[in-house]
Design a protein around this ligand. Structure first.
Ligand SMILES: Nc1ncnc2c1ncn2[C@@H]1O[C@H](COP(=O)(O)OP(=O)(O)OP(=O)(O)O)[C@@H](O)[C@H]1O
Length: 720
């Protein structure tokens, strides 16, 4: 079928050629009115154009009059004057000044509506906005800086000391050039927030940007001006924002720097290197900019993926995560006061705290602002129309429970989120009570499901005690995420041993499980491994298998277990990839435990690489592993002898309550007794760290008096 053709002839006639010729009456009516639509449409357009012309004409007249009266300069002139004014008080270096002069001259001669005018104008905007020679006054008062650092963060002593050293050196030398610091640690341990606090302590402006997933070198060094929409790189943008040339710049996630267009790592190196960054050239600006007064701090979760040349120039400070008592202290002294403040429930006054039976008055020191007296700040309450009960609080038991059953992490970010959630809910309840919430009657409740909310409202209406305790915690944060500290409560079966691992997320305890299947026909002796092990860990399983076979001959020459059984080794939490050789000792122990059909003591965790001949080699992450073991309630840690120094260097609070092993025979005996579970130890041993020789490490449990020595050679020799 042919489509209809409509021909418009002038404004008053429409001729139609339609197929088929018979046209419905309604359509013919609409077509007849077309000329009128066209006519009224063109009239409207004409009216709009003349309105615009009129506006333009009037604007031009206004501009001319203003100019005649000396009230306004020509746009271009005003722009040039603005740029000249901006740099008047700045100490612009020679090269930059030459570039500015040249561009100003060029701008003067360019047509205002040309595209080049805009390019030149943008360039001048950047050149004249930079804080040439402007620096903020720095604080070199160490005492004040220490107060600020302690006020914002618990612990983190290494970082705090390093900053105080930096300040002392700067004070003596009168200049602040120095090394690039890099904080490496698991997420949520305060790497970024301590950066902010350092800036406050030093009196510097703070700026943060992340280079995680950054692939294009232009993000750091800028685009060349020939590109459409060209922009300078991150550091120039930062200087424009902070308006001083000595800010503290925190570069987050240097370990996740990508590589696609160009080499961002080299660009970053050029920026950070104190030997080069006095004349850093951004592609967009094209003139040298001195960034040597900037204090750069980088953060990373992993050290291995930081580009080598960059790492060489950095001073790495490791943060290892917190154990339970530290987390409790951080929550009480920092996170709770902060979350309460944000939820509009400030910490109670000292008097109120005493009445509420709360210990001490130190808890709320985060609330104090610089220069304010702590107690005064505690007394001060923000304006609130609602009277907040003095006994609103989160008890120690609730915090402990949060850490154990809800937030298993190296840092405290998740804990912070939970505390914020509790404070928001408390605020809701306080306001509900103040507004006089009435529990709903049965007829107002919806079908099913309403009972719980009625119960909640009743609770709020009659509430006197505003404590969040271990018992009522579920109401605020829901059901426990974790139900047990360990996979094997009350002792593991033969073939299962707890090892210790270390990842970018911190330390963790992990079990090595071995099960056997009797081989029907002659042969056997195979080993299958599962649990997403990486290639190095897979190799460890084979080394452990060979060595355990060899060692079993020494223990029980007639034991043919390994020859007659197929074995399967698994590391639970199979969805998480695992890698590294540090589980070698644990694997060997698990294999021997199964072959000897003897359980390993439940309170032991171990780590160490094992060589094919049975030498135990030192491993990394001793601090993180110790923290993880304490978190899992382990009471005896077994580390390679080569890690003794690492253990001794651990902070006192981590070694606290750890019974360390001296070399004397008597103490060896004491440890052996304690490990065997006898009561001969002179004092209770809560935690124990061992690095002596295998004959001291008799940790296979069982009924028999004949305790089998550990197959571990802590001093590099195999001793049984
Ligand atoms: N020692 C501490 N004292 C007080 N607060 C802390 C401490 N450690 C961490 N926090 C708090 O924990 C939260 C998370 O810290 P932050 O964001 O700095 O972690 P991060 O180490 O930078 O993590 P990521 O690697 O994921 O960037 C912040 O609110 C911070 O104030």
């Amino acid at each position: 079928m042919k489509s209809p053709v409509v021909t418009v002839c002038g404004t008053d006639a429409v001729r139609l050629s339609l197929f088929p010729p018979s046209l419905p009456p309604s359509l013919s009516f609409s077509l007849a009115s077309l000329p009128y639509f066209f006519q009224s449409g063109s009239q409207q357009v004409e009216a709009k154009i003349s309105q615009k012309q009129r506006e333009y004409f009037l604007m031009e007249q206004l501009k001319y009059i203003k100019k005649e009266l000396g009230m306004e300069k020509d746009d271009k002139e005003a722009l040039l004057a603005k740029f000249r004014e901006r740099i008047k008080t700045l100490q612009v270096p020679q090269l930059a000044q030459a570039a500015i002069d040249e561009e100003l001259e060029k701008l003067e001669s360019l047509e205002k509506n040309s595209s080049e005018f805009n390019v030149t104008r943008n360039y001048l905007e950047w050149l004249t906005w930079l804080p040439w020679g402007v620096t903020s006054e720095e604080n070199f008062d160490l005492k004040r800086a220490k107060v600020i650092l302690d006020e914002d963060h618990y612990g983190l002593q290494d970082i705090k000391n390093r900053i105080l050293e930096f300040m002392a050196v700067s004070k003596l030398k009168g200049s602040t050039q120095g090394k690039i610091l890099c904080f490496v640690g698991p997420p949520g341990v305060g790497k970024t927030s301590i950066g902010k606090s350092i800036a406050r302590a030093l009196g510097r402006a703070f700026h943060r940007f992340s280079v995680g997933g950054l692939y294009d070198v232009a993000e750091i060094k800028g685009h060349r001006r020939t590109y459409v929409g060209a922009m300078p790189g991150k550091i120039i943008q930062c200087l424009k924002t902070v308006q001083t040339s000595n800010p503290l710049v925190l570069i987050d996630e240097v370990d996740k720097l990508g590589r696609d267009r160009g080499d961002p790592a080299s660009a970053l190196l050029e920026l950070l290197d104190p030997n080069q960054n006095e004349s850093f050239i951004d592609h967009y600006l094209d003139v040298p900019v001195d960034v040597s007064k900037v204090l750069f701090i980088c953060t990373a979760n992993l050290i291995d993926t930081i580009p080598g040349p960059l790492l060489d120039r950095m001073e790495v400070i490791r943060l290892s995560g917190y154990d339970l008592p530290e987390k409790v202290a951080i929550a009480q002294q920092y996170l709770i006061p902060k979350a309460r403040e944000e939820a509009g429930i400030p910490m109670p006054s000292i008097k109120g705290r005493e009445e509420a039976g709360l210990e001490g008055g130190k808890e709320g020191h985060v609330e104090t602002k610089e220069g304010e007296g702590g107690e005064e700040a505690m007394e001060k309450k923000p304006f609130s129309a609602v009277d907040i009960p003095e006994n609103v609080r989160i008890t120690g038991g609730a915090i402990d429970s949060l850490i154990r059953w809800y937030c298993r992490e190296a840092g405290v970010r998740n804990l912070e989120k939970h505390i914020e959630k509790i404070c928001r809910k408390l605020a809701h309840e306080v306001v509900q009570k103040a507004e006089g919430v009435e529990p709903k009657g049965a007829d107002e409740l919806g079908p099913g499901g309403g009972e719980e909310s009625r119960q909640g409202e009743e609770d709020v209406a009659t509430r006197e005690d505003w404590s969040v305790t271990e018992k009522n915690l579920e109401k605020y944060v829901g059901k426990r995420v974790f139900t047990s500290d360990r996979l094997y409560e009350g002792g593991a079966p033969p073939g299962v041993v707890m090892g210790l691992s270390w990842t970018a997320m911190g330390g963790a305890s992990l079990y090595i499980e071995v099960q056997s299947v009797r081989h029907k026909s002659s042969g056997g002796g195979t080993l299958t491994s599962t649990g997403q092990m990486g290639s190095v860990m897979e190799e460890s399983t084979r080394i452990a298998h060979t060595f355990a076979r060899r060692k079993l001959e020494d223990f029980q020459a007639d034991n043919a277990f390994f020859d007659t059984h197929d074995l399967h080794m698994h590391v639970p939490e199979g969805s998480i990839p695992k890698e590294g050789p540090s589980a070698g000792v644990t694997m060997t122990t698990a294999l021997l435990s199964l072959a000897l059909n003897r359980s390993v003591r439940a309170d032991v965790a171990m780590t160490g690489e094992i060589s094919l001949t049975g030498k135990v080699l030192p491993v990394g992450g001793i601090k993180e592993k110790t923290i993880a073991a304490r978190r899992s309630g382990v009471t005896c840690l077994i580390f390679p002898h080569g890690n003794k120094k690492d253990f001794e260097e651990l902070p006192e609070y981590l070694k606290e309550s750890l019974e360390t092993l001296a070399k004397s025979d008597s103490s060896r005996n004491k440890v052996r007794e304690a490990i065997k579970g006898k009561t001969g130890a002179t004092r209770p041993i809560k935690h124990q760290s061992c690095w002596t020789r295998a004959r001291d490490m008799s940790f296979f449990g069982g009924e028999s008096d004949k305790v089998v020595s550990s197959p571990l050679a802590f001093d590099g020799k195999w001793v049984d």
